[in-house]
Design a protein around this ligand. Structure first.
Ligand code: CTP
Length: 388
């Protein structure tokens, strides 16, 4: 079951969106209808709520919750232009801006409006951004003209939704290894050298991979957030634990997502007791830990896809991340700027750049759950390229 947002804009075809909502609900999806004021001139919001079996005001901001798919049907010429420009002046356009996942639009308009270079340019912009189109189709329009401008039929839209959503469960049967959190390196029995990683990003990745049907093992280093229920959890509090478990689990994995902040240095001599306070300085020698990704790169990869993360500060971060991609033999590196206080460490949101060997993609600021979906979209694509 997926969560599908159905955005309905003003047009006579709005009544066909009722049928789409009914079909999606019947297919077992959770459907959230969202209407523009223009749409409400054609069909009452109450009709959609009844078909979607949702109560008015049940969730205060249903359009801002994570969703698998946004369908805009019918999508008027006006809304198409707003989507291309990034305007957010009603529930549907706001939703489109907040939604980082799959989007399907079903344009519906007078054939001359569809053929206009302005509309064609808007459609091109959206396609380049990864938005999927269904129709418009050729036929008679409501105003009695003939040409390309009719909305695709609800059954066709359902078929397209199913295809898009299927693409998101392409991890079924795959083994996924995720590392999350920040390691703590003991100084003595109670003190440690650690870092600020909460584990949110890795946990979001593990949850998303499990939702897509992956068999997920989560190596957890001192998580500050609850682990997802449907994953195998292995506690790896120190860099040495994480190294050992990663190297043990990776050979069976199809995909490795190395989101943990692994200590680069650990105290060379940890005390087994608690060091008493004596007024003297305490000098600690730190020794380097093993770089787990580098160690992994020395194992035979056998088609496995490995994704690393790079915590960078300031300009030049992307270039350093590209070097890490090479040095650590990664297939993809997820770069985030940890010098910013509003995203990244400790924050529920992130803003990243995905750097692969042949392409790069910036993912705008979004909740970590949506960032996780974008990372997995890319990782799954690489996995399928390699393993079919
Ligand atoms: N990593 C690792 N083993 C370590 C340190 C880091 O496998 N001992 C992994 C992290 O999980 C992450 C990636 O390497 O996926 C990048 O980590 P980062 O700390 O950003 O980069 P470093 O390679 O450690 O380089 P530097 O700290 O100099 O930027």
């Amino acid at each position: 079951m997926a969560r599908v947002l159905v955005g309905v804009t003003g047009g006579i075809a709005a009544y066909k969106a009722c049928e789409l909502v009914r079909l999606l609900v019947r297919a077992g999806h959770e459907v959230v209808p969202l209407l523009t004021p223009g749409a409400e001139r054609f069909v009452a919001a109450e009709t959609f709520r009844a078909l979607a079996r949702s109560r008015a005001g049940a969730e205060p901001f249903p359009h801002l919750e994570r969703a698998d798919l946004l369908v805009v049907a019918p999508c008027s010429a006006n809304t198409l232009a707003k989507l291309a420009a990034g305007l957010a002046d009603n529930l549907v356009t706001e939703t489109a801006l907040a939604h980082a996942g799959l989007t399907l639009v079903a344009p519906t308009m007078n054939p001359r409006m569809w053929a206009h270079p302005a509309t064609q340019a808007n459609a091109r912009v959206l396609r380049e951004r990864g938005v999927e189109f269904a129709g418009p189709e050729e036929g008679d329009t409501a105003e009695g003209e003939r040409g390309v401008g009719r909305m695709a039929e609800p059954e066709e839209l359902l078929r397209r939704c199913a295809l898009l959503l299927e693409g998101r469960t392409r991890l079924s049967g795959r083994r996924v290894l995720v590392t999350a959190g920040g390691t703590r390196e003991p100084l003595d029995a109670v003190r440690f050298v650690g870092n600020r990683s909460s584990g949110r990003m890795g946990v979001a990745l593990a949850a998303e991979a499990a939702r897509r049907g992956g068999r997920v093992t989560l190596l957890a280093a001192n998580l500050q957030v609850p682990a997802p229920a449907d994953v195998e959890l292995v506690e790896t509090p120190t860099a040495a634990d994480l190294e050992r478990e990663t190297l043990a689990h990776a050979p069976a994995a199809d995909l490795v997502l190395m989101a943990a902040a692994v200590a680069d240095y650990r105290p060379a001599h940890a005390r087994s007791d608690k060091r008493p306070k004596d007024g003297a300085a305490w000098t600690v020698e730190l020794e380097p830990t093993t770089d787990v990704l580098r160690a992994l790169a020395e194992q035979p990869a056998d088609g496995r896809v490995t994704v690393g993360f790079a915590a960078e500060t300031g300009p030049g971060g992307a270039a350093r991340a590209r070097e890490k991609l090479e040095q650590k033999a990664l297939d993809l590196i997820v770069v985030n700027d940890v010098s910013r206080a509003d995203v990244g460490f400790d924050s529920p949101e992130n803003e990243v750049v995905l750097i692969g060997r042949d392409r790069e993609r910036a993912v705008a600021r979004a909740p970590k759950e949506q960032i996780a979906a974008a990372v997995l979209d890319e990782a799954v694509r690489l996995l399928e390229e390699r393993r079919g």
